[in-house]
Design a protein around this ligand. Structure first.
Ligand code: ATP
Ligand code: MG
Length: 410
């Protein structure tokens, strides 16, 4: 039996790869203009990086990692890339560069999940991290770049939700209050939430189980969720962020339910959704993680960042047509053709020709089918007379040119 792609993995086929290139090129240009440099880290890392860096009470670490032992070492295919970027930041002494250090990345991530629409086992993320700045300017810059990127991709109907999780001190109060109010009803929550209750109770708010979501609707629970618990300095950090967003005309709403699935966030968390497909769709999730660098044995360094799922971006990008060929050379003289095509390509034109030496008419048909702008006809007369017959495939007009004249013209 023929070998198939593994469950939860997908080929990116020629008809789609140009869209991926647009996503990548757009990121490259936009982030370059913001002095944000690309970082490429390895696809596999020590398992411990993720158990410590992502947190061993998360679904990612508990259920979703591709881990294998090689020569007694536990290795994991990266399920996300913040931990890897932080490892690289520490290992390469990037704290010595004057802050901020602004990095972006793109690439495949691996999670053992049940595949479904928009959920794969190998998927791609694009992300950005800003190190070294505690002030909300960094949060604002991160959000601004995410919004600009989505806008540049023409992704419509974006909405931004923000929240502040407070710092470890004030979060403790919130955590205790949530625990207290959920204690009576804990039995009715799903088994995962029982574990969360012990390890990271805030994450119960993030549970996808409909029954748990319903239980959270309870007025007493809602009262705790909506109470203002964050300390003064966290409040002013959050207010500062909001003032930057206002200044930049970035609309947002505050959502107290926004807690994020990862352990390492503090203060700002945010999510950008696109309602273009009707249902709510998180395309970008991010936040501040001031303790992560320390957790991974680096110098204490505040940081903020985000990640976007590229498959999801793909489904939200408007339909675009791939750029077509400039020229298709039609000829029965393959030696002259390959030379001519190459000369055009050196002038930065997109050129193809028939490698199989089919009949003239077939070649012309192919030129049209490929959507080439011009068919360059190179018959016996043209070769002898050292000119080219150019057929404009949109208008059907035919004209004679020398090579240089034609290159000038287009
Ligand atoms: P979810 O709650 O949907 O599982 P998550 O909290 O696991 O999301 P993050 O780890 O924050 O997601 O990843 C950020 C983005 O990466 C998501 O918004 C989504 O677009 C994308 N993503 C996460 N897991 C997958 C996957 N298995 N397949 C495709 N995209 C994914
Ligand atoms: Mg997930």
């Amino acid at each position: 039996m023929a070998i198939k792609a593994q469950k939860g993995t997908k080929d990116i086929l020629p008809q789609d790869s140009f869209k991926w290139q647009i996503m990548e090129d757009t990121a490259k240009n936009l982030f370059k203009n913001a002095n944000c440099k690309e970082i490429r880290t390895p696809i596999f890392e020590a398992t411990e990086l993720f158990s410590r860096g992502v947190g061993d009470s998360t679904d990612i670490v508990n259920k979703e990692m591709y881990t294998f032992i090689q020569k007694e070492r536990s290795i994991t295919l990266r399920p996300e890339n913040t931990a890897g970027v932080v490892r690289a930041y520490i290992e390469n002494g990037m704290h010595r560069i004057s802050a901020p250090v602004k990095l972006w990345y793109k690439g495949p991530m691996f999670r053992y999940e049940r595949p479904q629409a928009g959920r794969q086992r190998q998927f791609h993320q694009i992300g950005l991290e800003i190190f070294g700045i505690e002030q909300a300017t960094a949060d604002a810059e991160a959000i601004l770049l995410a919004m600009n990127y989505l806008k540049a991709l023409n992704i419509a109907k974006l909405s931004l939700e923000i929240n502040s999780l407070g710092c470890p001190d004030c979060r403790m109060v919130y955590r205790d209050n949530i625990k207290a109010v959920l204690a009576d009803k804990l039995e009715e929550f799903c088994p995962d939430c029982h574990t969360r209750y012990e390890k990271n109770p805030l994450r119960i708010l993030d549970c996808k189980n409909p029954k748990c979501q319903e239980l959270l609707e309870d007025t007493k629970v809602q009262e705790v969720i909506n109470a203002d618990y964050i300390c003064e300095s966290c409040v002013s950090h959050f207010e500062e962020l909001k003032s930057y967003l206002d200044l930049l005309n970035i609309e947002y709403s505050v959502s107290k339910l926004l807690v994020r699935g990862l352990d390492y966030y503090n203060r700002t968390v945010f999510e950008i959704k696109s309602n273009a497909l009707g249902s709510q769709n998180a395309v970008c999730v991010g936040g501040r993680y001031d303790k992560l660098v320390e957790t991974l044995d680096g110098e204490p360094t505040p940081a903020v960042g985000w990640a976007m799922g590229m498959e999801r971006l793909m489904t939200l990008m408007p339909d675009i047509e791939e750029e077509k060929l400039d020229i298709f050379v039609v000829s029965n003289n393959m030696k002259e053709t390959i030379k001519l095509a190459n000369n055009f390509r050196e002038k930065n034109l997109a050129v193809d020709f028939d490698l199989g030496n089919k009949k003239f008419a077939k070649q012309l048909e192919k030129a049209s089918k490929l959507g080439a702008k011009f068919a360059v006809i190179l018959g016996e007369d043209e070769i002898k007379g050292n000119f080219l017959t150019i057929k404009n495939l949109k208008t059907g007009m035919q004209e004679k040119f020398s090579f240089d004249e034609f290159v000038q013209k287009i």
